[in-house]
Design a protein around this ligand. Structure first.
Ligand code: DGT
Ligand code: CA
Ligand code: CA
Ligand code: ZN
Length: 580
């Protein structure tokens, strides 16, 4: 059982306990333990097998250590099984609806028998909910909107979360004897911000053995189908995996087809048709009837994607660009951009430490950035008004800078810029003192409150902040959290104009929950001539690993290394940050 799987059990325990009305401290302890174990490098399985004392892991007490040990040894957690009898698991979906917290879900369940999102909707629509204390008409309208958004997002998993579970599965499958090729296609390969399911294309000498390896994988919750060429399973996390085994000579055709997107495929097929050919998941053919029939006509290309693109008169199109947004035309004209690569990044200028709401110390973050090979970095803890996040007042910032000086004394393995993520207040003024500004090398600004302002007011607020003479970067511009919080209403043209006028870069926030600016807007920002910073917004050492995810979104936005400031050497970054 992987650490991610153990963490999922603890999170489920936390969620069900919370709805069941358990002590909030215990609920929080479960959640913290889940986060810790998810981050832990060493497999907990190994620790348990070695008889190690799990309470040595920070944040794991005796009670949780015992639960985890039982889970690893027996495959289940008795307390969780008992809770699942007591609290209907459908309520775990109900609390995913925006506007419904665990306490309210419990009320709805006990008073009205609501145990699913469908029942919640029915109760909201027929007026039963408004009979409950604390559920007014406004609240109900809110819940109905929440249900709509829940349905839009449901069934999709964050790309960053998939990364965490997929590597282990791929390693398992590639180890099967006789597997010649095994690649992930679909939205995952295109690095779409959320994925509906995982599509794997493989070539294997013994397809049955590969299929068995998938269905017997320890994290499989259900086998959805098992045939000669296609096997589908559902993992414990709810993620569906489709495996297709194809002949070696048609691997390129299959990989191209199942990578998509549908829009991209349609354009390629159109191009084939214009030449009197046809393209399907077996490859590119001349003659025969166009359509789904197999191997009609003479084979032109099929073993590799390169070959197929070349035969169509196209440069190879990187999967991130396969969205049907002009990439086929650009490939025909030899005008594809030289996309930014992960290795281009020289530093990360957005991260938090234990000085505000981060989980790792300043020195741990510095060491981790050195280990990543960065030339420079910035520590950007929150400003004062975010008391919840432990924002920095003048005194705290001074102490942080003193600690930084101490940490860096006698070492020159990285340059650490003194930064801050400054909160934009409701009226667009900045939550920062002159003393703080005087002592900062880089100033990020961002919205953390009043997400619901109407567009005109929200835009005015943000633009005012961006025109402040000391601002360098507008961080997580739309404030969205995938599946959790909608983007703020903002006139991006006006925001981009303000950025340009005051030499402010926009951030692409690489945190797996945010990926903000979204790719389409990021592309527009670069086209508007803005500079981009990719920042991880890491709240732990592990969070720094999100840089690759951010780069993949930048690639989806057609960005080159030149568009991104933190691919430049330090001197150029400093020149950009030094305002007039
Ligand atoms: P997802 O899973 O919803 O995140 O998105 P995809 O793009 O992975 O879609 P999926 O899993 O339904 O199918 C994988 C690829 O297979 C898709 O990107 C293109 C190709 N494909 C599947 N069905 C069709 C189809 O009906 N027409 C065309 N042209 N391509 C298809
Ligand atoms: Ca898919
Ligand atoms: Ca699929
Ligand atoms: Zn923030």
């Amino acid at each position: 059982m992987s650490n991610a799987e153990i963490a999922r059990h603890l999170d489920r325990l936390a969620d069900l306990s919370e709805i069941g009305g358990d002590n909030p401290f215990r609920v929080r302890a479960y959640r913290n333990a889940a986060a810790t174990l998810r981050d832990l490098e060493t497999p907990v399985e190994d620790l348990v097998a070695a008889g190690a004392d799990l309470t040595q892991v920070k944040g794991i007490g005796k009670e949780i250590a015992e639960k985890v040990r039982t889970l690893v040894q027996t495959g289940s957690m008795p307390q969780l099984v008992a809770l699942e009898q007591e609290v209907p698991p459908g309520l775990l979906e109900v609390v995913k609806v925006k506007g419904v917290g665990p306490k309210q879900a419990a009320t709805l369940w006990k008073a009205l028998g609501v145990t699913s999102v469908d029942e919640l909707e029915a109760a909201a629509k027929d007026g039963r909910i408004t009979s409950l204390p604390g559920f007014g008409a406004k609240k109900v309208a809110n819940i109905l909107r929440g249900i709509e958004s829940y349905r839009r997002n449901t069934g999709r998993v964050l790309l960053g979360q998939v990364d965490a579970v997929l590597d282990r599965l791929l390693t398992h499958l590639r180890a099967v004897p006789g597997v010649r090729r095994l690649e992930v296609a679909g939205s995952y390969r295109r690095r779409k911000e959320t994925v509906g399911d995982i599509d794997i294309v493989a070539v294997a000498d013994d397809p049955a053995a590969l299929s068995d390896a998938l269905t017997s994988y320890d994290e499989v919750a259900a086998v959805l189908g098992k045939g000669e060429t296609k096997t589908s399973v559902e993992l414990g996390s709810g993620l569906q995996v489709d495996l297709r085994v194809v002949a070696e000579e048609s691997f390129g055709g299959a990989l191209l087809y199942f990578t998509g997107s549908k829009e991209h495929n349609v354009q390629l097929r159109q191009r084939a048709l214009e030449r009197g050919w046809h393209l399907n998941d077996y490859g590119l053919f001349e003659g025969g009837e166009p359509g789904r029939e197999r191997k009609g006509g003479r084979l032109l290309a099929s073993a590799t994607e390169d070959e197929i693109y070349a035969r169509l008169g196209l440069a190879f199109i990187p999967p991130e660009l396969r969205q049907g947004r002009g990439e086929v035309e650009a490939a025909a004209e030899g005008a594809l951009p030289a996309l930014i690569e992960p290795g281009d990044v020289r530093g990360d200028l957005h991260m938090h430490t234990t000085w505000s709401d981060g989980r790792d110390s300043l020195v741990a973050m510095v060491d981790a950035c050195v280990a990543l090979g960065y030339e420079y970095m910035a520590i950007t803890d929150h400003s004062g008004s975010l008391a919840l996040q432990g924002g920095l007042d003048d005194e705290k910032l001074r102490r942080q800078h003193a600690e930084l000086a101490e940490v860096m004394a006698g070492r020159d393995d990285i340059t650490v810029l003194r930064g801050m993520e400054v909160d934009i207040l409701k009226d667009g003024s900045l939550d920062v003192t002159d003393e703080q500004l005087a002592n900062l090398d880089v100033v990020l600004v961002s919205v953390h409150s009043f997400f619901e302002l109407p567009e005109a007011q929200q835009t005015e607020r943000v633009v005012r902040a961006l025109l402040h003479p000391r601002v360098n970067v507008y961080a997580h511009p739309l404030g969205r959290q995938l599946g959790q919080r909608d983007p703020i209403a903002l006139d991006l043209d006006a925001v981009f104009a303000a950025c340009r006028e005051n030499r402010v870069a926009v951030e692409h926030n690489a945190s797996p929950r945010r990926l903000d600016l979204p790719d389409v807007h990021l592309r527009a920002a670069a086209q508007a001539g803005l500079k981009v910073f990719i920042g991880t917004d890491a709240h732990s050492v592990r969070g720094l690993g999100a840089m690759g995810l951010g780069v993949s979104q930048a690639r989806r936005a057609w960005l080159t290394a030149d568009d991104v400031v933190n691919t430049r050497p330090l001197a150029e970054v400093l020149a950009f940050l030094a305002k007039r």
